[in-house]
Design a protein around this ligand. Structure first.
Ligand SMILES: Nc1ncnc2c1ncn2[C@@H]1O[C@H](COP(=O)(O)OP(=O)(O)OP(=O)(O)O)[C@@H](O)[C@H]1O
Ligand SMILES: [Zn+2]
Length: 665
């Protein structure tokens, strides 16, 4: 099979499409972005508030330098006045000598460039410029002084004036530095305690900590913890890895919505392995001055190497890890340099480096592919929103140390909070505690918790909305329809996971496990079209009505069918490339051919839709079982789906052990 560049790309694309969850995401992404941006903004504000701890923005450094300035100024006047608090009259040198000769001056002293002479009546001082360096070198004036027996003060205010002068000379510098620091704080957005201009390239040492979080402090997230265990092993005993010739982990990418516990997981890896924990946010690198990001990365890694084993946790990696040559204008070059430096550092790791970089993001789509290449962040762990059971456990974790009244059933709170993440659940308990305290009660009641759910729910927008019974059923059947098709059709990608926990604007999703294959077969394309249609068909057969929830499924199916005809030349129109692109055959595609393509695409889609209806009608019971299990558990695995499709009942599957389920891998 010939495999030119383009085709490879197409195949890649196809593969990626498969990987993508097949639900409504595409269409709704636009809406999502708005939601996300709002969410991001809200988070930023909260973050700022949190960092400042309610204090006013830090302007103490400015006041500090202002104070110094005032002290210096008053000191100057103090000394200055003590030296000459009489009125001074400037005279010419000859005039001064004249006055001396006439005996008008009783006392002479020098200060800086001048000679001063106190008038006899002590009311006036004469001032004139010195013509020599020291008054003693001036033979003319010395002779007159000796002749007239005028008192010459050898020690004068010269010393103090040096201090004043030094201060005066460095004062502008001090003021400049103060201003610089003040502005730098402004640039940093008031957070992080500002930057010292002399060490601004340095990673802050205070970022290092030894967290006392362990895996057992994290509720749910079992799969995620299991995957991280390997990293813990490595940090504890790297020799085990090198001896076994196993590839050493370098970077782990945690992908998941805000508040799902990514930071917590990273800390727990440190806690479990006893490694030092360096925490920095990607946005901190780019909010810095130009040219500093890369050197900060270098310093951070140097720091970490000194206290190995260590974990470097980079939150919001997307801030530096965006696709290169893309993204918002300004600061791009800076970001790219920072990213390059990060890659360079990671490429330089070997077995005894004993550093693991854990990065977190909720925008995997914008990440530069280079980051995910092998030897860098090649372990990707999706941190998902908690399901029913996990939510109850998280609630329990955060209920520790709080008094709950007898009537409280955390299980019931878990039931009404699908879509809430760990941070939301922690907030619910805090809020409930506040409500109780406000009414002078010691115990949190169910009513407090209910109220807290409403309040937090309002704050988190869509995620916190209660979902109607009808919508839950619709989602369960829709996703169940995808999963059923994926399990029945031999060439389609297997189901990895099925969930009705809302994410973004999607009510739920079916996550396939893409096969590792070089080429996509004709049958696979056709079957994947049926998997896409599975959602819509299930709605039609079970609910008797169809919804807008299938829009992206339909788009997906259409795209596949079109590629099948136009690009892969698999249809009855034959192996002709009819891709609509600038350099291709396009110019000679006649309008008749276009019409033919159109008809062919429609025919394929119609056929496949009807086949999906037929196949699903024969397996409606399996569909019911899938829908009811996913309703009960919110998230179910591919194994569970396949056990149900194989004829096991919902109860049987619920009671299966992990080993028993392995059979349905
Ligand atoms: N599985 C969990 N078990 C217990 N508590 C959790 C869990 N997940 C989240 N939390 C709570 O939510 C808080 C926020 O979680 P964390 O900061 O780890 O989320 P995150 O995914 O890193 O979010 P962000 O993307 O905003 O940084 C934690 O401090 C913890 O109190
Ligand atoms: Zn769907």
């Amino acid at each position: 099979m010939e495999n030119n560049e383009n085709e490879k790309e197409k195949l890649e694309e196809q593969k990626e499409e498969n990987k993508e969850e097949k639900l409504e995401e595409k269409k709704e992404e636009k809406k999502d972005i708005e939601d996300e941006e709002e969410e991001a903004f809200r988070k930023k504000v909260e973050e700022l508030k949190r960092r400042n701890g309610g204090k006013k923005p830090n302007i103490s450094s400015l006041t500090f330098f202002l104070a110094i300035f005032l002290i210096v100024l008053s000191a100057y006047y103090f000394f200055g006045n003590r030296i000459s608090n009489n009125s001074v009259k400037e005279v010419t040198y000859t005039n001064f000598i004249e006055k001396l000769k006439q005996g008008d001056i009783s006392e002479v002293y020098e200060k800086e460039d001048n000679i001063y002479g106190k008038a006899i009546d002590a009311k006036l001082e004469y001032e004139t410029k010195k013509i020599t360096n020291r008054i003693g070198d001036d033979t003319t004036i010395m002779k007159v002084i000796q002749d007239k027996n005028v008192e010459l003060k050898a020690v004068n205010s010269y010393a103090s004036s040096i201090i004043v002068q030094i201060i005066l000379n460095i004062l502008p510098m001090i003021i400049l530095i103060a201003l610089f620091m003040f502005i730098s704080r402004r640039i940093m957005g008031g957070g992080q305690g500002g930057v010292n201009p002399f060490t601004m390239g340095k990673a802050k040492a205070r970022l290092k900590e030894k967290p006392n979080v362990n895996f057992k402090d994290i509720a749910g997230l079992d799969e995620e913890k299991k995957e991280l265990e390997e990293v813990v092993d490595f940090l504890k005993d790297p020799t085990k890895f090198s001896k076994a010739g196993a590839r050493v982990p370098k970077g782990v990418m945690l992908v998941g919505e805000p508040g799902t516990g990514k930071t917590l997981l990273a800390k727990a890896v440190a806690g479990e392995s006893g490694a030092s924990f360096f925490n920095i946010s990607g946005s901190e690198f780019v909010e810095m001055y130009v040219g500093v990001g890369a050197s900060r990365v270098r310093d951070l890694f140097d720091e970490a190497k000194k206290s190995k084993p260590a974990i470097i946790f980079i939150d919001e990696i997307d801030a530096i890890g965006r696709k290169r040559g893309e993204g918002r204008s300004g600061g791009n070059e800076e970001r790219e340099q920072t990213l390059n430096q990060l890659l360079v550092e990671m490429d330089g790791f070997d077995t005894d480096t004993q550093i693991i970089v854990i990065a977190a993001t909720n925008r995997e789509d914008v990440l530069d592919k280079a980051l995910l290449r092998s030897g860098r962040f090649d372990r990707k762990i999706t941190v998902s929103a908690p399901d029913l059971k996990a939510r109850e456990e998280i609630l329990k974790v955060h209920a520790k140390g709080k008094k709950l009244s007898q009537d409280v059933k955390l299980e019931d709170i878990a039931k009404i909070t699908p879509g809430y993440v760990g941070a939301d659940l922690a907030n619910i308990l805090n809020e409930a505690a506040i409500l109780a305290v406000r009414e002078n009660r010691e115990e949190i009641t169910m009513k407090d918790l209910d109220e807290a759910v409403d309040k937090i729910g309002m704050g988190i927008g869509r995620r916190g909305k209660k979902i109607s019974e009808y919508d839950l059923k619709l989602t369960a059947y829709h996703e169940g329809g995808h999963a059923l098709m994926a399990s029945l059709l031999p060439n389609a990608d297997k189901v990895h996971k099925l969930t009705i926990i809302p994410r973004g604007n999607a009510g739920g999703y079916m996550m396939p496990l893409p096969k590792d294959e070089m080429y996509v077969s004709k049958n696979k394309i056709l079957e994947e079209i049926m998997v896409s249609f599975g959602g819509r068909v299930a709605e039609e057969l079970v609910m008797g009505d169809i919804s807008t929830g299938a829009s992206s499924d339909i788009e997906n199916a259409t795209r596949r069918a079109e590629a099948y005809v136009r690009y892969y030349g698999m249809s009855s129109l034959g192996p002709i490339n009819m891709v609509d692109s600038q350099e291709s055959y396009k110019n000679i595609i006649s309008s008749e051919t276009n019409r033919e393509i159109d008809l062919e695409v429609r025919k394929i889609l119609k056929e496949r839709y009807e086949m999906t209806v037929e196949l699903m009608k024969q397996n409606l019971e399996a569909l019911d079982r899938i829908a009811s299990l996913v309703r009960a558990k919110e998230t179910i695995t591919g194994q569970e789906v396949r056990a149900l499709v194989a004829g096991k009942s919902v109860d049987e599957v619920m009671n299966m052990t992990t080993e028993e389920l392995e059979e349905y891998y």
